[in-house]
Design a binder for this molecule. Structure first.
Ligand SMILES: [Zn+2]
Length: 98
C-alpha cells in the first residue's frame, strides 16, 4: 500500500511539473474551452464592443470643407471646433471669407 502512495505522489509531482511547464498552452486551451462554452450557451466571447471602432480609427467626423467622413484620429482639428480631412481643406476654409 505504501508503494502505491509513493507512486501516486511521484505521478502528482510529474503532473504538477508538466502543468507548470505547459502553463501557457494550458491557459490557451482553457481560453478556447471557455469560448466554446460561451458560444454553445448562445453568447459570444466577451470582447469589448468598442474594439472594432478603435481598430477602424475611432469615431467618424465630417470635414468642414469637402464634407468627407473620416476617422476623428485622422482629422486635423482646430481646437474643439471644426475638423478638416486634409491640409488642403484646412487652407481652403481659412481662405474662404467668413
Ligand atoms: Zn476635406
Amino acid at each position: 500500500m505504501r508503494e502505491a502512495l509513493i507512486i501516486l505522489g511521484v505521478i502528482a509531482v510529474l503532473f504538477a511539473l508538466s502543468a507548470f511547464r505547459y502553463r501557457k498552452q494550458l491557459r490557451a486551451a482553457y481560453g478556447v474551452w471557455k469560448a466554446v462554452k460561451e458560444i454553445r450557451a448562445g453568447r459570444f466571447p466577451d470582447q469589448p464592443l468598442g474594439k472594432v471602432e478603435e481598430q477602424a480609427g475611432g469615431k467618424l467626423a465630417r470635414c468642414m470643407t469637402c464634407g468627407n467622413w473620416q476617422p476623428e484620429s485622422k482629422m486635423r482639428k482646430v481646437g474643439n471646433g471644426p475638423m478638416f480631412c486634409s491640409a488642403a481643406c484646412f487652407e481652403q476654409a481659412a481662405k474662404r471669407p467668413a
